[in-house]
Design a protein around this ligand. Structure first.
Ligand SMILES: [Zn+2]
Length: 469
């Protein structure tokens, strides 16, 4: 109920924005649009678009867009895993804006679900279903934005390109963003992009924090391979590969890699300090001040590892493999390290530094070829970022709006690597809901009341950045 009050306040402030906004954004009757938003969103959640079935979503989107006179093109490396592009043309005075979302969802274990995971069941104020958070709210918001631009005949300074891409979650064959970037880049080339990778937090019934994704770390994994002399388990040997591997994993697991802030993380911790308890604020401010940084890092390492990871290239041992029998000393032992590099990290130098930390010629660092390119952080001083910040403050009054760097990886990496300034968004959740019903979790759901302001957010940003004024 508190949430609904907050939304009523948000709705009131939209009206005031409308007073200075261009004609295209005036008089959108969001109340009246709700059933249509919900219908498309639920229809998309009801499609089981786990890897290999993405064309189901493409068929739906094609039908909806073309019925309203928006032409579409499909691009498929695998016919069952097609991508769809639709473009509304502007006057060409500015370069295009790309709004994209992935159509695929991760798999489900049906026995864990209290409802049909592809039913888009409405219960307790939530829409339940796989993809209800990841990524069908963005897909539905982008779709509705295209329909509204077309219906209202909004004159555009830049083309607005809609991309529904396959294979974001599992793309070993490269059917989604890799295929589009490699084979059809002119279809999606843009100055700015907006897609999943941000979010908003509801606390005490209102949105208190909005994160705009501007950067992400790069998976730059490696294997450690230790070699030694094979032999009988009854005879101890100093060159036992397991002993050398164990020591190397221990050293790297405890290694405090250098801390490095970028524009995004510096702004993020500054803004977080401004809205945190005095105790936490002191920690975040400590990071920004060389005298307090060591204590602040120690605190985050112990208490907020996700923030600790944002400060540095991280090295996390995740797998070990060795041995064939209890009485056999193997000649080789290996471990896998999930390394997540900060934007701009010189990864070759970093691997060499790892070898220096290990300091053992019996252990080699073997890089695993990356699946995504290194990507620079997107800028905070662009027309797009400023519009996203401004609209967030209007739709979620009183919320702190901050750039954020994901410690995970997304399809924005491929776009940023091609020079597109790409920004992440997402609907609002309480921390509790994000924890208990997350993207990829056993059960996934989205508060229905979060869906509508999110669609409005996408619409307002797109019209602000692309509409002719
Ligand atoms: Zn996703």
């Amino acid at each position: 109920m508190k949430l609904f009050l907050a939304l009523a306040v948000a709705a009131a402030s939209i009206v005031s924005l409308g007073a200075q906004a261009p004609a295209a954004t005036k008089a959108v009757d969001w109340e009246q649009l709700r059933p249509e938003i919900l219908r498309h969103y639920r229809a998309l959640v009801q499609l089981d678009t786990t890897a290999g079935h993405e064309t189901l979503a493409v068929d739906y989107l094609k039908k909806v867009l073309e019925r309203e006179g928006i032409p579409t093109s499909t691009f498929a490396l695998d016919p069952a895993r097609a991508n769809l592009v639709a473009r509304l043309r502007g006057n060409g005075s500015k370069r295009p804006l790309l709004i994209l979302a992935h159509t695929d969802v991760v798999g489900v274990q049906r026995e864990k679900w209290p409802v049909d995971p592809f039913g888009a069941v409405e219960k307790d104020g939530y829409i339940w279903g796989r993809g209800s958070k990841d990524d069908k709210p963005v897909l539905a918001a982008n779709l509705v934005t295209m329909l509204m631009l077309k219906r209202r005949g909004v004159p555009l300074d830049r083309d607005v390109i809609f991309l529904a891409e396959s294979g974001e979650e599992a793309d070993t064959a490269g059917v989604g963003i890799n295929f589009m970037v490699r084979e059809h880049f002119p279809e999606i080339d843009a100055e700015f992009a907006m897609t999943e990778g941000g979010g908003a937090t509801i606390d005490g019934g209102r949105v208190t924090e909005v994160n705009i994704g501007t950067a992400e770390k790069l998976p730059a994994r490696a294997r450690l391979v230790a070699t030694g002399t094979a032999g009988h388990g009854s005879v101890p040997r100093l060159d036992n590969a397991l002993i050398h591997l164990g020591a190397a994993v221990d050293k790297l697991g405890r290694w405090e890699t250098p801390m490095r802030l970028n524009d995004t993380t510096r702004a993020y911790f500054e803004k977080l300090a401004a809205i945190s308890s005095p105790e936490r604020a002191a920690i975040y401010k400590g990071l920004l001040d060389s005298s307090g940084a060591a204590a602040a890092q120690k605190y985050l390492r112990e208490h907020v590892p996700s923030h600790y990871s944002m400060l540095r290239t991280s090295v996390v041992p995740t797998m070990m493999k060795a041995g064939v029998g209890a009485n056999v000393i193997p000649s080789e032992a290996e471990a896998t390290l999930d390394i997540r590099a900060l934007p701009g990290e010189d990864i070759e130098t970093f691997y060499a530094e790892m070898a220096r930390v290990i300091a053992d010629p019996a252990v080699k660092v073997v890089p695993i070829p990356p699946v995504r390119p290194p990507s620079p952080a997107s800028r905070l001083d662009t027309e797009m970022y400023r519009a996203m910040e401004r609209v967030a403050k209007t739709i979620y009054p009183g919320a702190a709006v901050m750039p954020s760097m994901s410690t995970g990886a997304s399809d924005q990496a491929q776009l940023r690597a091609k020079g597109i300034q790409s920004y992440g968004i997402g609907p609002a959740s309480t921390e509790e809901d994000a924890l208990n019903y997350p993207a990829h979790g056993d059960v996934e759901r989205l508060a229905e009341a979060s869906l509508y302001p999110f669609v409005r957010y996408v619409w307002e940003v797109v019209t602000e950045v692309a509409a002719h004024k």
